[in-house]
Design a protein around this ligand. Structure first.
Ligand code: HT7
Ligand code: ZN
Length: 876
């Protein structure tokens, strides 16, 4: 397969200044007429070549003259046209088949043909499925779009930009026109047409622009859009206050669809959302889902500046918009909710999704050097690690410096397609700092290991902290260079008091602060702290100041001290996670229990400390997940990891004590509410955790309580938590609760997704039969990405013991479904295939079985480029 390489980037030989598109919309066939105003780069002598995939060309004309058959060639997804000049206008007419489009890329139908609606998805390279175009992000054009359709079947017609007229046509048809004054790349084009309902709100920007905010959904879902509207308004206000960025069109449309390959899409002026990230109501959405809606609404809105006004020069720069926008969303969510809980959630996600990616066959730099299929690079590395890189740079510049740098970046690159060098250059120049050393982070894959050794010298009252770094090899990158690693730190005395810090060579200004950032930018470096009166306990990498794995020979008592006393909620959690991981090692090795005892003791004390925030307590009571714990094994037996983690929770539950847990559960359950405020969310989170712990040591009582909770739950949060406890415990009551849930939510696709996914959490030896039964259910379909993820994704990713069956039956089932799915939707199939990541570290028996399952996929005839690239990387 052909590889696209960053090193081979060339500016486009032909650009397009203006695009005029006319759509004659229909479900089975749609005709697209396009007029492209062409601009030739005088320095290049290349023929006009346009991308186009699966297009049926009906007519072609240049400067008003139909083109003879020998003046153009359409082969291998490229249309080559002779005779074009600078200023020429190329007109093409093509036919599309939306209802037959199961890949959900380009123009497609969402929902059943009788009442579904038409929509587009163009990022990354979907526009070439709609018309011929130089489909690359550095070709920016202004768009005029006219939509024509039957009025009854398509009463609502939407495209990006400002409305520019509408009217009637003959035969019950109508039209609507939209003009987008802001030049944009083709991946930001969008249209929507169908029977949709709306909610509206008037918004005035700080600068005085009146904006109409409109959220569109199918009639049965329009009542669930209010929360997203509030979140949108909060996001718009926040971007004005935090970054000085205002919205720049008269309307902002947002549309919900149940048929979508990803979370949402930031099309200019017409965001399109997977319904999962837009619709919310207490009866069918959990607290976590509410927070996800707020975060994704914000993320897509923030793209209007970080992505749309300033876009990417090429897809290698994807993290320029994605890493930056994830970071902006993280700041926003931290401001709207608890900053510590948000940081915990994000770091946990990084460890669960990105660290394993960086440690396996799919490892790639945040700015990859090459790709075969760009859709495979919308990864945790580009998004989540990319955000951590922005966070490091922002930390280096400080709040005001970062804002100054961002102002410079937006001003200098507005209306242009930029690179990561442009980003770091603008931030650095605005602050007189060279940030280019951070480019090495973008080019190097793999998670650095940061080692820390502390030495206390009582005679001189100094504490020397020696930091060193090492990054293991990754595919195609055997040798790694040292990176700049900012390490935020504090020192604690044995009573848990934070100490003032005096670094050798400190300035008067920083000397005496209790928290400092030191930057390790070579292989090894020592930092000497003066006036230290006793051997301290270091709290390192505070707030997770760099995306690295910290290796530090802490005594369990040191971690317990941080877990009990660190005033920073995130670091407290972090100390608890490290201690829990060491407790896991105790259980595996079976020869000592010092970490296990320290962990249980500290948590028992915190559990009984009435001042603890219930949400933070719930997180502290949760040990690292099985994927993270598996990283500690040389050869992974997922069943064993699962069993050890269960034991860990049993020890904790027994230490806290059945009656204490029971008492706390009852007091939390006595005030069940469906209010969404932070304190009610926090109580629900702790209630769930306590019930889970109880179920480890007294399943009979816990299942009775879960049944009661299920029956009386005022909200989906409580209902689903109870159901999960029943299913995970294979309780006799689970059957009736599942039957009830199914009947109650039969018409609610997002709730039905939960019905599927909760059942994938059955104990390992039982789940495979259930997965097979569920895929035979009439509500299951391989055509809907949410449904596929809720069954196969939830099973393969969230139930490692249930997926990695010792006889390989799980691998075989997934391999077979991947082949079928690939024929329908290559993007979703390729993403699902990454569930095999980590197979090389499995114990030998499972490893051989996983390999042969992956090989069977690789050997399948007519594999898509998407799935092929993943399975080939996986095997090599
Ligand atoms: N920028 C959006 C990416 C996206 C996408 C990519 C490939 C295929 C389908 C897609 N749908 C959306 C999402 C975002 O990061 O905001
Ligand atoms: Zn994004």
């Amino acid at each position: 397969p052909t590889l696209v390489r960053l090193s081979e980037y060339r500016a486009p030989a032909w650009r397009v200044s203006q695009v005029e598109l006319t759509f004659d919309l229909g479900i089975d066939t749609t005709e697209v007429t396009s007029r492209l105003h062409l601009q030739r780069d005088p320095a290049q002598d290349a023929p006009l070549r346009l991308d186009g995939e699966g297009l049926e060309l009906l007519s072609i004309a240049l400067d008003g003259e139909p083109l003879a058959g020998d003046a153009w060639r359409y082969a291998d997804n490229v249309l080559e046209v002779d005779g074009a000049r600078d200023g020429s206008v190329l007109e093409t007419r093509v036919c599309l088949r939306p209802a037959a489009n199961t890949a959900l890329e380009g123009l497609y139908l969402s929902g059943p043909r009788e009442r579904g609606f038409l929509l587009t998805q163009c990022e990354a390279e979907g526009f070439r499925h709609i018309t011929f175009f130089p489909d690359r992000p550095d070709v920016l054009a202004s768009y005029t779009v006219t939509l024509c359709a039957d009025r009854d079947r398509f009463p609502v017609l939407l495209a990006g930009g400002n409305p520019d007229g509408q009217g009637e046509l003959e035969g019950g048809r109508h039209w609507a026109r939209f003009v987008d004054p802001h030049p944009k790349p083709s991946y930001l084009f969008a249209l929507v047409a169908g029977r949709l309902q709306k909610i509206e709100r008037d918004y005035a920007t700080g600068g005085g622009r009146a904006v109409k905010l409109v959220i569109w959904a199918e009639p049965d879902a329009i009542g669930q859009c209010g929360y997203a509207m509030d979140a949108l308004e909060r996001s718009m206000r926040w971007d004005e206050e935090a970054y000085g960025r205002e919205y720049d069109l008269d309307v902002f449309h947002v549309v919900a669809t149940h048929d979508f390959n990803m979370g949402a899409m930031e099309n200019k002026g017409l965001n399109i959302f997977n319904a999962k990230y837009l619709l919310a109501d207490p009866d069918s959405s959990t607290d976590d889902e509410y927070r996800a809606v707020e975060a994704v609404v914000a993320h897509e809105y923030f793209h209007n500046w970080s992505g749309n006004r300033v876009t990417c020069r090429d897809w290698f720069q994807l993290s320029l918009k994605e890493g930056l926008t994830v970071f902006r969303e993280q700041q926003f969510s931290a401001d709207m909710n608890s900053a510590a809980l948000k940081r915990i959630e994000d770091v946990a996600l990084l460890r669960r999704a990105q660290f394993p990616e960086d440690a396996g066959p799919l490892a790639h730099p945040v700015r990859p050097a090459q790709y075969s299929e760009i859709n495979n690079f919308y990864t945790a590395t580009v998004y989540e690690k990319g955000s951590e890189l922005v966070r490091m740079v922002a930390g280096r510049l400080g709040r005001d410096g970062f804002r100054r740098g961002m102002d410079r970046y937006f001003a200098r690159n507005d209306g242009q397609a930029a690179t990561l060098e442009d980003f770091l250059g603008a931030l650095g120049e605005a602050n007189g700092i060279d940030l280019m050393p951070y480019l090495a982070w973008y080019a190097q894959a793999g998670t650095p290991r940061l080692s820390a050794r502390g030495l206390y010298d009582a005679a001189h009252r100094t504490y020397t902290l020696t930091l060193s770094q090492h990054t293991p090899p990754t595919p195609h990158q055997p040798h790694k260079q040292p990176l700049p690693i900012p390490v935020k730190l504090a020192l604690f005395d044995r009573a848990g008091q934070i100490m003032p810090l005096h670094l050798t060579d400190d300035s008067a200004e920083t000397s005496g602060a209790t928290e400092r950032v030191v930057v390790l930018d070579r292989a090894e470096q020592a930092f000497v702290f003066q006036q230290i009166t006793e051997a301290p306990v270091p709290s390192l990498l505070r707030g997770f100041s760099a995306p690295v794995i910290l290796e530090c020979a802490y005594e369990p008592a040191d971690l317990a001290l941080l877990l009990r006393h660190d005033p920073d909620g995130f670091n407290r959690w972090e100390a608890g996670q490290q201690l829990a991981a060491r407790a896991y090692d105790n259980l595996r090795e079976g020869n000592e229990t010092s970490a296990l005892d320290a962990w249980c003791d500290a948590l028992e004390a915190l559990f009984n400390d009435g001042a603890m925030d219930p949400a933070l307590l719930a997180d502290l009571l949760t040990p690292p997940g099985e994927i993270e714990l598996a990283e500690r094994e040389r050869q992974v037996d997922p069943s064993h990891v699962h069993a050890l983690r269960q034991q860990l929770q049993e020890h904790l539950a027994l230490r806290i004590g059945q009656s204490t847990l029971q008492h706390r559960y009852e007091s939390l359950a006595a005030h069940a509410s469906l209010q969404l405020d932070a304190s009610n969310q926090a109580r629900r989170r702790l209630k769930r955790r306590v019930l889970e712990l109880l179920s480890r040591i007294d399943p009979w009582t816990a299942h009775a309580q879960a049944t009661l909770q299920y029956d009386n739950a005022p909200s989906m949060t409580d209902r689903l938590a109870a159901l999960a406890v029943l299913v995970r415990g294979n309780a006799s009551q689970a059957h009736a609760a599942l039957a009830h849930f199914r009947e109650r939510y039969a018409d609610n696709p997002l709730a039905m997704d939960k019905w599927f996914s909760v059942q994938t959490q059955l104990p390992g030896e039982l789940v495979l039969d259930r997965v097979r039964a569920l895929e035979a259910d009439e509500a299951f379909t391989l055509k809907n990405p949410n449904r596929v993820n809720s069954l196969f994704g939830a099973w393969a990713r969230n139930n490692p013991d249930g997926f990695h069956r010792p006889d390989g039956s799980g691998y075989q089932l997934l391999a077979e479904r991947l082949k079928q799915l690939d024929a329908l939707n290559p993007q979703v199939a390729a993403r699902m295939a990454t569930a095999f990541n980590g197979w090389q570290r499995l114990e030998p028996g499972r490893r051989a079985l996983a390999r042969s399952a992956i090989e069977s996929v690789a050997a399948h005839a007519a594999l898509s480029r998407n799935l092929n690239e993943i399975v080939q990387s996986m095997l090599h």
